[in-house]
Design a protein around this ligand. Structure first.
Ligand code: C2E
Ligand code: CA
Ligand code: CA
Ligand code: CA
Length: 278
C-alpha cells in the first residue's frame, strides 16, 4: 500500500499510527520552519491601570506557514513541547525578543520590559541561565528590560525552581507567575520565591461581571499579592467594566483586547509613536 502514495497509506494505518505520522510530519515541518525563519513574534502591550501608559510588552510567537498562513501558538506549542523543538524555538524567542527590544530602545522608544514565556521543557534544561545571560549579552539589552513568565507547574520541583529563580534575580531579570490561579498553587512559594509579579489568569477576569465568586477571587489575589509586595497584572481584559473593577481593587497593570491585541513589531512602533505624540 505504501507504494501507492500517501493517501492509500493512510487508509490502512490505524488511528494511532496516523497520529504518530502526523506528529512526525509536524516535528519535521517545525525544524525546517526554524531554519527557514518562518517564526515571528507579536507583542501585546501591557498598560498601567492608574496612568494608562504602556509599561510592558509580552512576546507571543507565531508561525508564518507558507501554506497555512499565520498559525497561532495553541496549534503548535503543545507539539513543540512534546517533540522537544520548544527548546531551540524558545531560545530563538528569547534572543529575538531581546534583540527587538534593544532595537526599539536604540530607535528612541521609551524603554520598557519585554516578557517572554518559558515552557516547562526549557525550564528543565541544564544551561537555561547561561542561555538567558547569552541572549542579554548578544543583544546588549539590560537585564531589567527582560521578564520571564513561568507557570505554577514549574515551581513543583521546589529546590530546582528556587535555585533557578535566585540565579535569575542575581542576573537582574524580572519574573512573573503566568496564568496564576489555574495550576498547582502553594502559598509557600509565594512567600519564599524571589518573584516580582503575578498574572491573574483570563478565566477569572473573563466573568468578573457575572460571577461573584470570580470577582471575589480576583479581589483576593490582588490584595494578597500586594501584601506580599508583588505586582499584579490581569490578562485577557476585554471590557471597560473589567477595567473599572480592576482599578477599584488597585490592580497594577492590565493586558488584553481592551488595550490592544498582540501586534506585529511595526504595529508596536507606530502605537508607541502615536502614544508619545498624544
Ligand atoms: P498566554 O501566555 O496566557 O498568552 C496570552 C494569550 O491570550 C495570547 O494568545 C493572547 O493573544 C491572548 N489574549 C490576549 N488578550 C486577550 C483577550 O483580551 N481575550 C482573549 N480571549 N485572549 C487574549 P496566543 O498568542 O495565541 O498564545 C497562546 C499561548 O501560547 C500563550 O498563552 C502561551 O502559553 C503560549 N505561547 C505563546 N508564545 C509562546 C512562546 O514564545 N513560548 C512559549 N513557551 N509559549 C508561548
Ligand atoms: Ca504568558
Ligand atoms: Ca497567561
Ligand atoms: Ca492564560
Amino acid at each position: 500500500a505504501k507504494e501507492n502514495g500517501r493517501n492509500d497509506y493512510q487508509i490502512y494505518t490505524s488511528d494511532f499510527e496516523h497520529k504518530a505520522l502526523h506528529k512526525l510530519t509536524l516535528h519535521h515541518e517545525m525544524m525546517n520552519a526554524l531554519q527557514n525563519g518562518e517564526f515571528l513574534l507579536y507583542y501585546q502591550p501591557q498598560y498601567d491601570l492608574a496612568t494608562g501608559r504602556i509599561v510592558g510588552l509580552e512576546a507571543l510567537v507565531r508561525w508564518k506557514h507558507p501554506v497555512r498562513g499565520l498559525v497561532p501558538p495553541g496549534e503548535f506549542i503543545p507539539a513543540a513541547e512534546e517533540s522537544g523543538i520548544i527548546v531551540p524555538l524558545g531560545e530563538w524567542v528569547l534572543q529575538e525578543a531581546c534583540r527587538q527590544n534593544k532595537e526599539w530602545q536604540d530607535a528612541g522608544m521609551p524603554p520598557i520590559p519585554v516578557s517572554v514565556n518559558l515552557s516547562v521543557r526549557q525550564f528543565t534544561q541544564r544551561n537555561l541561565i547561561g542561555k538567558i545571560a547569552g541572549a542579554l549579552e548578544r543583544s546588549g539589552l539590560e537585564p531589567r528590560y527582560l521578564k520571564l513568565e513561568i507557570t505554577e507547574s514549574m515551581t513543583m520541583d521546589v529546590e530546582r525552581a528556587l535555585s533557578f529563580l535566585q540565579e535569575l534575580k542575581e542576573l537582574g531579570v524580572g519574573i512573573s507567575i503566568d496564568d496564576f490561579g489555574t495550576g498547582y498553587s502553594s502559598f509557600h512559594y509565594l512567600r519564599n520565591f524571589p518573584i516580582g509579579s503575578l498574572k491573574i489568569d483570563r478565566s477569572f477576569v473573563r466573568d468578573i461581571g457575572d460571577n461573584p465568586n470570580n470577582a471575589a477571587i480576583v479581589a483576593a489575589i490582588i490584595a494578597m499579592a500586594h501584601n506580599l509586595q508583588l505586582q499584579v497584572i490581569a490578562e485577557g481584559v476585554e471590557t471597560l467594566e473589567q477595567v473599572r473593577f480592576l482599578q477599584q481593587h488597585g490592580c497594577d497593570e492590565m493586558q488584553g483586547y481592551y488595550g490592544s491585541p498582540p501586534l506585529p513589531c511595526a504595529g508596536v512602533a507606530s502605537l508607541m509613536e502615536a502614544v508619545r505624540n498624544r
